[in-house]
Ligand binder design. Sequence first.
Ligand SMILES: [Zn+2]
Ligand SMILES: [Zn+2]
Length: 128
Amino acid sequence: MNKRNTRQKNLILKAVQSSMIHPTAEDVYKTVMRELPNISLTTVYRNLNQLAADGVIKRLQVPNKSDRFEKNPDKHYHVCCDICGKFEDLSEPGYNYNLDNIECPDNGFLIKSHDIIFNGLCARCKNQ
Ligand SMILES: [Zn+2]
Ligand SMILES: [Zn+2]
């Protein structure tokens, strides 16, 4: 990998790691563009995909919305606000490991892992 590509990749990784919002590819693009004005959204996508494939970051698939990227390697759930779209980690309830590695009696499906995104109202929107 040449120097330019390494710099791009590092900035993209930094943008994900320093973000508190589980950024979408567009969020990352906007951040990285401040330092690399000529970077394309395609390049950002490609690097995010690569970082996710390498296991450096995680991709979160959000139903009917853009994928988000995750820096937190621990298994955890998320909340998403119906009004403002705020998307955050949830520490309680914590990840239920008891739901993994179980074989469903009805169809024999073996569950390996699960993701939950809780929908509702964040503290701010709730009080408005
Ligand atoms: Zn909200
Ligand atoms: Zn998270």
